[in-house]
Design a protein around this ligand. Structure first.
Ligand code: UDX
Ligand code: ADP
Length: 464
């Protein structure tokens, strides 16, 4: 089975970069990425390729080469579905904010809408690929909807979870540790569908890295990988608090621990708390699924990873308040960084949002600088928490275009995202222009203590 036309529903952080790389590596396949968000599609089609809606190092160059050759962005979802042999579903699956499973279960309404649209439009057989991270056994629900439309079309459902991390998406897609493809491997049609997707990746990924499993293993592996990664961050963050009490240094501890080849050095960097669209959502999902099977101990075990992360964000914000003589009321606090990690403009679940909210509750005046996040996004993130009227967020939080505007006349500076440029700021200038004592809080272990203390800062860093 040779795939000629691919449609990807959802032009977001997963769909956009993944399809751009498939288009680049498979010039004989037409790839159309569709989305109901007209503004987003217009941005993907913007003449100036630097205006594409997602910032990822290396992505704009790929889009520039492939766009309008074999990579297309469109709002005509029906047409793209109709034409495709293979359809990737890459829509958002946020945590439910209402009803059963509120605050825990994944909201699958966007997935279901896609399935119904595919069922309505399709006239020939299709392979449907789940790209979004989904609760285990979602493929079953998809199949149920697709198979019950009565128009005689055959569907094969594959699970092909995306392991790319934001900020390194292009590299992760180009040289993945593994590509996981789950399918109905007990039937001939299922095997053929799996092979069709394997053939696509085999354009650039060595065969031994293409892993095929049954659908449920594939779905659950994605949740497991994210849970394990998040757990490592919470584990080192738990140690960071103990380090602060005992005189140990969390960087030294993580280096020593990570040199054990059984543990390994990655994902042991202590921080103000993990963010991103996946970790919290996927663990909550895992907790919900476990509870729904009555596996309460399993659920409690994983929930602790989230509780620790919440504690870390709160603890960092509280440290600022305590250090500033127990009050930040009316004080100007500069936040450097708003994205959930460097090299992305994504802010979903960013620790910065929660630190800012905590400080606003303590009546601080906040000034934010982030090199990639737009002002409106920052206000939208704060408004989403519903902690205070939107006008108040606008009057008490200022967003500025340079780090020095943020730090000038501030009582304290907090580094919340590990953007490289923060390392190389003129810290003497920052110090000179701040109120004294000048407090500097490093939530990312980005800055060197000695040079900052020599300048005169009162310096606090997570885990030391
Ligand atoms: C994650 C997974 O890594 C990826 O495989 C999956 O497809 C989606 O979820 P992402 O959320 O984009 O990717 O970024 P990641 O690099 O995993 O970082 C997540 C959060 O953990 C960030 O806030 C980051 O700053 C934090 N983190 C990561 C730490 O605090 N310490 C670390 O050592 C690593
Ligand atoms: P992710 O990080 O998983 O890629 P995003 O929120 O960045 O998530 O992207 C998901 C995209 O899916 C959004 O741009 C949204 O508009 C789009 N989307 C959601 N439902 C549909 C649908 N039924 N048809 C087309 N696009 C959809």
């Amino acid at each position: 089975m040779k795939i000629k036309n691919i449609c990807c529903i959802g032009a977001g952080y997963v769909g956009g970069p993944t399809m751009a790389v498939i288009a680049q590596k498979c010039p004989e396949i037409n790839v159309t990425v569709v989305d109901i968000n007209e503004k987003r599609i217009a941005a993907w089609n913007d003449k100036d390729v630097e205006n594409i809606p997602i910032y990822e190092p290396g992505l704009s160059e790929i889009v520039k080469k492939a766009r309008d050759r074999n990579l297309f962005f469109s709002t005509d979802v029906d047409a793209a579905i109709d034409k495709a042999d293979m359809i990737f579903i890459s829509v958002n699956t946020p945590t439910k904010t209402y009803g059963i499973g509120k605050g825990m279960a994944a909201d699958l309404k966007f997935i279901e809408l896609c399935a119904r649209q595919i069922a309505r439009v399709s006239k020939n057989d299709k392979i449907v690929v789940e790209k979004s991270t989904l609760p285990v056994r979602t493929a079953e629900a998809l199949k149920n909807i697709l198979d019950n439309t009565g128009n005689g079309v055959n569907y094969q459902i594959l699970s092909n979870p995306e392991f790319l991390a934001e900020g390194t998406a292009v590299d992760d897609l180009m040289t993945p540790d593994r590509v996981l493809i789950g399918g109905d491997i007990d039937t001939t049609e299922g095997k053929e569908a799996v092979e069709a997707l394997v053939d696509i990746y085999a354009h650039w990924v060595p065969r031994e890295r293409l892993l095929t499993t049954n659908v449920w293993s594939s779905e659950l592996s994605k949740l497991t990988a994210n849970a394990f990664l998040a757990q490592r961050v919470s584990s080192i963050n738990a140690m960071s608090e103990l380090c602060e009490k005992t005189g140990a240094d969390v960087n030294e501890v993580s280096k020593a621990v990570g040199m054990d080849s059984r543990i390994g050095p990655k994902f042991l960097k202590s921080s103000v708390g993990f963010g991103g669209s996946c970790f919290q959502k996927d663990i909550l999902n895992l907790v919900y699924i476990s509870k729904s099977f009555g596996l309460n101990e399993v659920a409690d075990y994983w929930e602790q990873v989230i509780l620790m992360n919440d504690h870390q964000k709160r603890r960092f914000a509280a440290k600022i308040v305590q250090t500033l003589f127990n009050t930040v009321s009316g004080k100007k606090i500069a936040l450097l960084g708003w994205a959930f990690k460097k090299d992305t403009n994504d802010t979903r679940e960013s620790a910065a949002i929660y630190v800012a909210d905590y400080l606003l509750n303590e009546q601080a005046e906040i000034v934010v600088y982030d090199p990639k996040v737009k002002t409106e996004q920052i206000y939208a993130d704060l408004d989403y928490l519903n902690s205070r009227p939107s006008e108040e967020n606008r009057s008490r939080v200022k967003v500025v275009n340079t780090p020095y505007e943020a730090t000038k006349d501030s009582h304290a500076v907090a580094v919340l995202t590990e953007w490289d440029e923060f390392k190389d700021l003129d810290w003497q200038k920052v110090y000179d222009e701040m109120l004294k004592p000048a407090f500097l809080f490093d939530g990312r272990r980005l800055l060197e203590r000695e040079t900052k203390e020599t300048i005169g800062f009162e310096f606090y860093a997570i885990g030391s």
